[in-house]
Ligand binder design. Structure first.
Ligand code: GLN
Length: 303
């Protein structure tokens, strides 16, 4: 037997309790001041099956900034609106073995970003979103995602102010190199858009709802869902993607806020939140929870 029908609420609650202990082995990022203020004991998980069945545990109504977990949805939106030719002129489909904000790798690749799941690729795609400025573009994405999934994403203004207060020099250098290499129109608008979309916030319930857009949605095309899922599997956890594909085997994306989303094609989505991260920048407890769920419910794509 496989699938979410095997899960019990008692088992899920037990794993969430254990996840809190596991979170203590991770580190809270502090390069964005507001991220450093979080309570490391918060854990939330939501499982949403395509047949309507759902489970929640921990703090499912806690709202957090999505950060990089929004990246697959920028890709999905642009594939739907502009098509794959336009999108893949600006970004590649190659996994990366470097940190998610690597400038050195972008330079080695002559300024062509490896994939949409790392900063360089997402900044290049932020430049393609429709709208005059970061705020308009973020709003266009937010509106489309909320309409398509029923989520209630909001812009976390305090997080955006915090991101702006430090000014990310690495992301700026990435944008400059993209521009020099001909993969960006406007450095200013692309960075402002990127900062806005990283600060879209929601709960694990919202995030799992977005995940359904990639699991078996009728509002987006199957080909675009396949493309995004393949890139999540190969690139979504940065340099840990290969290892996790072997260990767990489902398309997964992380964000530096501790957000984590896994898509189980045809079956559903699993969203986790726990802010302490491993050295790669992925939620320690989130990855552990996903592994327990996928293994015990036999959800791996590879059987
Ligand atoms: N806004 C963050 C940054 O660019 C997002 C990165 C992430 O979530 N990995 O640093």
């Amino acid at each position: 037997m496989t699938g979410f029908t095997l899960l019990t609420q008692t088992q899920l609650d037990r794993w969430v309790a254990e996840a809190k202990t596991i979170a203590h082995t991770g580190r809270i990022p502090d390069y964005i001041p507001r991220l450093a203020e979080v309570n490391r004991d918060r854990v939330a998980v939501r499982i949403q099956a395509t047949n309507g069945q759902s489970f929640s545990a921990g703090e499912p109504s806690y709202r957090f900034a999505f950060m990089s977990v929004i990246k697959p949805f920028v890709l999905l939106f642009l594939l739907e609106k502009l098509g794959k030719q336009t999108v893949f002129c600006r970004v590649g489909k190659r996994p990366s073995d470097q940190v998610f904000h690597s400038l050195a790798q972008l330079a080695e690749d002559d300024g062509f970003p490896r994939n949409p799941m790392i900063n360089s690729g997402a900044i290049a795609l932020a430049d393609l979103l429709p709208g005059r400025n970061g705020s308009d573009r973020c709003e266009a994405l937010r509106h489309w995602l909320n309409q398509a999934s029923g989520a209630q994403l909001m812009l976390d203004e305090a997080m955006l102010a915090s991101v702006r207060s430090v000014g990310n020099e690495t992301n700026r250098a990435i944008a400059q190199l993209l521009k020099q290499s001909g993969y960006l129109n406007s450095i200013g608008i692309a960075l402002d858009t990127y900062n806005h979309i990283c600060c879209l916030s929601g709960t694990v319930v919202d995030l799992a709802g977005l995940g359904l857009l990639l699991a078996a949605s009728k509002t987006t095309t199957a080909a675009d869902q396949r493309t995004v899922n393949a890139l999540m599997l190969t690139c979504g956890l940065y340099e840990a993607s290969g290892e996790f594909a072997v260990q767990v085997g489902v398309p997964t994306k992380s964000g530096v806020s501790g957000a984590l989303l896994a898509v189980i094609p045809k079956q559903g989505a699993i969203a986790c939140y726990s802010p302490a991260l491993d050295d790669t920048g992925n939620s320690v407890a989130g990855l552990w929870l996903l592994e327990q769920l996928v293994r015990s419910l036999n959800l791996s794509l590879f059987g």
